[in-house]
Ligand binder design. Structure first.
Ligand SMILES: *Cc1c(COP(=O)(O)O)cnc(C)c1O
Length: 327
């Protein structure tokens, strides 16, 4: 950050590149690692997804997505009448959040679909992964029907580490992909949207409309380059920590954890047998020094990252087990 060369990223040259050299470097590194032609640095994942969806579609277009996907559940703007105006058509999913093929076919039959949105890993289903084969099958079906695919890959590097394959192989069939620099990869902020050159050129204009063109953003972009080049392998520690935690608390009678869904850095805990709401548990555990998040009335999400050590995990498990013994 200290040494980053900076400029005005919002001012573009005749090739459509901004004037901040560090942002340009980050975009080149990101495009290369994702195997896409071009990339665009964005303030957040929410903004990158919004830019992508507004670049793919226009008001009134039908978009295939999962009902519990982050874009619908948390971001909302692409599907809000007064912002994006796109219309979500929700496909069915299995317990891992993987789209159901029959339901996709049915929706493509019923509506003129303009975009398919996938999410890998799936946030609200507990960091579950779509394999290369699943990605290929889903994208093929879309492409055979002339439909492009946007991948919300906020945590796509977690999936590539889980399958132990280069991330570019996993995202190859997607037309656009967004990933976060500021989650497991540990950068202070930012996300990157990747895709074909013409797509990114149009996306850059939409980023400007949304106020996402920045000056001196190279100070942050520099950290994104480090994140991509040095932090990916470390993600497996987060996965080991999540699995360790899940294993230490799973036998508790008051909670339920699907161990086959604990694939990456998220543990979803079903607390319906505890007689307490997820919100109550969230605040009770916070009082005992552990921060978890309620993601529905009866589901609590626990996430590991670079700031959480193995010792922290053991302390967390002790707090959780003691708490539910008293329930
Ligand atoms: C975190 C997340 C986002 C949004 O990223 P922000 O930087 O928080 O805006 C989008 N999609 C998924 C799946 C996420 O987990």
């Amino acid at each position: 950050m200290y040494d980053a060369e900076v400029g005005d990223d919002g001012r573009t040259d005749k090739l459509g590149r901004g004037e901040d050299p560090s942002v340009n470097n980050l975009e080149d590194v990101a495009a290369e690692v994702m195997g896409k032609e071009a990339a665009l640095f964005c303030n957040s994942g929410t903004m990158a997804n919004l830019i992508s969806l507004l670049t793919h579609g226009t008001r009134g277009d039908n978009v295939l997505a999962g009902e519990t996907c982050h874009i619908n559940k948390s971001e909302k703007a692409p599907f809000m009448e007064n912002i994006g105006g796109l219309i979500p058509r929700f496909f069915e999913t299995d317990v891992f959040g993987a789209p159901d093929m029959d339901s996709i076919h049915q929706l493509m039959n019923d509506y003129e679909i303009k975009l398919l949105c996938l999410e890998n890993t799936n946030n609200f289903m507990g960091g579950t992964c779509l394999s290369k084969e699943q990605m290929n099958t889903l994208c093929n079906v879309a492409h055979e029907n002339g439909i492009p695919v946007h991948l919300d890959g906020a945590r796509i590097f977690n999936a590539s580490v889980y399958y132990d394959i280069p991330v570019k192989k996993l995202v190859k069939p997607a037309d656009s992909v967004m990933f976060s620099l500021s989650k497991g990869l540990g950068a202070p902020m930012g996300s990157v949207l990747c895709g074909q050159k013409a797509f990114i050129t149009r996306a850059r204009k939409i980023r400007k409309l949304l106020g996402g063109s920045m000056r001196q953003s190279g100070v942050v972009a520099a950290t994104g380059i480090t994140a991509i080049q040095q932090e990916v392998d470390r993600l497996k520690e987060d996965h080991e920590n999540a699995y360790l935690l899940a294993g230490m608390i799973k036998d508790n009678a008051k909670i339920n954890i699907r161990m086959d869904a604990v694939q990456t850095n998220i543990v979803n805990v079903d607390v319906s047998s505890s007689g307490r709401s997820a919100k109550t548990i969230e605040s009770d555990l916070l009082n005992k020094g552990l921060k978890v998040k309620s993601i529905s009335d009866y589901k609590v999400r626990i996430t590991t990252y670079r700031g959480v050590t193995r010792d922290d995990i053991i302390r967390a498990a002790t707090i959780i087990n003691a708490y539910f013994r008293e329930c």
